[in-house]
Unconditional design. Structure first.
Length: 134
């Protein structure tokens, strides 16, 4: 119900900002209306407000070559709910596969996110409470 959504808005906003997955809200021209710190680190390599910044003018299209085309396709085809791409990025630790996605929020906004696919987690250990921790 609408009243409950309004009450949850600060919690939802805090969850968005604190999420460890890079997330951003982007308009049709690529302008960012919201981005969490993880997204800023992912795109810029540092924490910086990205609101009002054009994603097209950042490093993102360099490793997501179809970004501009994907954005135009998403805004041009109302029946398309999302676009997903697997990118291969190399750094000093080797190659990483990163899933990037663009998902329709409404007719004027897309959510963009990313996460690494080939992550090796340490073997779980048990704490005294019996819960698994990493």
């Amino acid at each position: 119900d609408e009243e409950q959504l309004i009450e949850l808005s600060p919690v939802t906003s805090r969850g968005f900002r604190r999420c460890r997955l890079p997330l951003a809200m982007v308009g049709a021209n690529g302008t960012i209306s919201a981005a969490n710190d993880a997204f800023s680190i992912f795109v810029l390599g540092r924490i910086e407000s990205m609101v009002g910044m054009s994603l097209i003018s950042t490093a993102l299209p360099a490793f997501w070559p179809s970004f501009g085309e994907d954005l135009a396709t998403m805004f041009g085809d109302a029946t398309l709910a999302q676009v997903e791409r697997v990118l291969v990025v190399a750094d000093e630790h080797g190659q990483k596969q990163i899933l990037v996605w663009m998902e329709r929020v409404d007719d004027a906004t897309m959510q963009i996110g990313a996460h690494q696919l080939n992550v090796t987690l340490p073997a779980p250990s048990l704490s005294p409470s019996g819960r698994s921790i990493h």
